[in-house]
Design a protein around this ligand. Sequence first.
Ligand code: WT7
Length: 633
Amino acid sequence: MQVKSFEEYQQVYRKSVEQPEKFWDEIANNFLWKKKWDKVVEWNFVEPNIKWFKGAKLNITENCLDRHLEKNGDTPAIIWEPNDPTEHHRILTYRQLYNKVCQFANVLKNNGAKKGDRICIYMPMVPELEIAVLACARIGAVHSVVFGGFSAQSIADRIKDADCNIVITADGGFRGNKVIDLKSIIDDALVQCPSVEKVVVLTRTRTPVSMLKGRDVWWEDEIKKVETQGNTECPAEEMDAEDMLFILYTSGSTGKPKGVVHTCGGYMVYTGYTFSNAFQYEPGEVYFCTADIGWITGHSYIAYGPLSQGATSVLFEGIPTWPNSSRFWDIVEKFKVNILYTAPTAIRSLMSFGDEALKGKDLSSLKKLGSVGEPINEEAWHWFDEKIGHGNCPIVDTWWQTETGGFMISPIAGVTPTKPGYATLPLPGIQPILVDENGKEVKGNGVSGNLCIRFPWPGMLRTTYGDHERCRTTYFAAYPNLYFTGDGCLRDEDGYYRITGRVDDVLNVSGHRIGTAEVENAINMHSSVVESAVVGYPHDIKGQGVYAFVICPDQEHEPELTRKDILMTVSRIIGPIAKPDKIQFVSGLPKTRSGKIMRRILRKIAEGDTSNLGDTSTLLDPGVVDEIKAGAL
Ligand code: WT7
């Protein structure tokens, strides 16, 4: 599945556009199927209706586990590094992982789980998180993983939206010097969720928890039961290629997060193919992706992609800056990591600690580097290249989205000539197109526009859970017959792509996607807030920071306290990751006569660029702009 030279890439790319069915047919033949497909792809972007590998049967865990047992059963699948560096690391070989997945799959069955059930997973970054994910896939249950930084309210919203009947969690999770009381947060969420019948709780932090009779069970007790039953094998459920594999919620420009749906066959092929090709993964290499499994990067490139290719992955529980800012480099040295895949926000943060943190660290094992989540600025790119890669590791800047399932525009390591700040060229099978505001194609090079994709690929989303119409309007209605990404993009003189950032009301804060409407709704929940408007502004470490303009007449007496109360409200409603970096109290917002907030003006003020605010004559009350400008933070 790997192309080995730039000429070969160009050839393969051409073929993938001219004969997409033939191209994907060949790629799909590298995977293990219970039954092959009748048709490679059937699609229209109108409804939309997208079916890959129609008629095929498979179970993704057989590709990720069973098929490696005979030859590579003793190869490490997961090298787990705990939060606390003095705690012992753990290694799980493919055989051990297989056994644990089968065992836990039987635990799920014992607790009533069936094919098609939705199961919510809210866990720390421990091997059991990956085991839980794979166990769901083994029995054909649909997992919905919720990142540990989300609040009880956000979890409840997700559980209700997907109508989950089981939750898998832990007593708590370690992150740096903090303990997060996961079970207690789940308990708060479940007050609103009568659909949940069982909660399986893993012991991790030994935080005191309350276990509800009949509902809550301990992971360890349930495993013992399975062992005494002698119930250690678990046949893989036969899944249709288009059966749902998982739901993952992501923010958009409207208030409510959407449940992006991925299906079994196409997602398996796409994540396995892109992982193998873009990273040029060779057997024996140690791969370290620093993302959390709670995000799509973790789903596709910690769990499914690497496992389907028999790779050895480092799974890290902690954070890059604890116990100190050398942590990543210590891990690279300890496990002789060959491929490091991380995010610009982490790079910028580690860069800010200076070269001291790198002193004496042996990074010579590194061969390839990767970046994901947001545009990487040139300074961070060069630092990554020189200080971490010592000038001889290709940087794979992978552009993709929760909705795309896997890499879309990305260099192929060592094959595609790179350029700082550029995701470079589309991978084989991917047909990008730039369009202007009116949907007219922007042709040629040295141009920019809104980034769309004109032909389906196996890893793309199929729907948004429970609301297909929302999927259609969000991604397929802006420009007829195109998938709209929500990103702006530049294509330079060489035909290289550079993503310039979102063109909708979505922020990218430390690589996390946050909808401005969602944050506004949360702020407006505070009893003394009348109205608010949230925009992004450039932030040195996070890429974008959250700037909130808030109308709150009561704050005059104690602005500091009100500010803290608002932060607390956002934390409670969404989670700590969405807390505004800046809150400016204002007496009014710049609105048009029809009542629409002119965000363009607020964005400029938040960016500190007030010299040219453009035309403000259509504003209802132009005076409010001067007041906001004067009070800008
Ligand atoms: C948005 C998707 C893809 C996994 C992590 C984020 C931005 C992502 C890049 C990149 C420039 C990037 C885009 C995209 N983005 N990767 N390499 N260069 N921008 O997934 O939460 O679904 O966010 O992240 O704006 O639309 P996500």
